[in-house]
Design a protein around this ligand. Structure first.
Ligand SMILES: [Zn+2]
Ligand SMILES: [Zn+2]
Length: 124
């Protein structure tokens, strides 16, 4: 069986022509980022896709040298050449989001840990 996790906002109203803006649907601060993969062997740009939430080259092997290794590079300013290789990612900036998910835990010091069973063998 395969279960879908909770429906997540796809931030579809955030257009990729801005660097960043708040998503009108969920209030998160969304940054438009572009990534491309490069061959680690010959450094050629690889056509890049997103597969299972990972940024990966479209093909397994480099068409230029046949190597399988690659690395992911962030494209700071997208141009018309790189756009053919790069993949667009809407990245949530939790720091700047108004309704950010709290990642810290409340420290509970109301009750000290009880040493249960301490006197278990007492008097035997
Ligand atoms: Zn959203
Ligand atoms: Zn290569």
């Amino acid at each position: 069986m395969f279960f879908y996790r909770k429906k997540e906002c796809t931030h579809s109203k955030v257009s990729p022509d801005k660097d960043a803006c708040y998503c009108p649907d969920c209030g998160k601060y969304i940054e438009n980022k572009w990534y491309l993969t490069r061959c680690s062997c010959c450094n050629v740009k690889r056509k890049t896709i997103i597969k299972f939430d990972n940024i990966v080259p479209e093909t397994k092997y480099c068409p230029n040298c046949g190597a399988v290794q690659y690395h992911v590079e962030e494209v700071k300013s997208i141009n018309f050449i790189d756009i053919n290789f790069a993949v667009h990612v809407k990245q949530v900036n939790e720091e700047r989001s108004m309704n950010r998910t709290q990642t810290w835990l409340e420290r509970d010091n109301s009750e000290p840990v009880k040493l249960l069973g301490l006197n278990l063998n007492f008097g035997q």
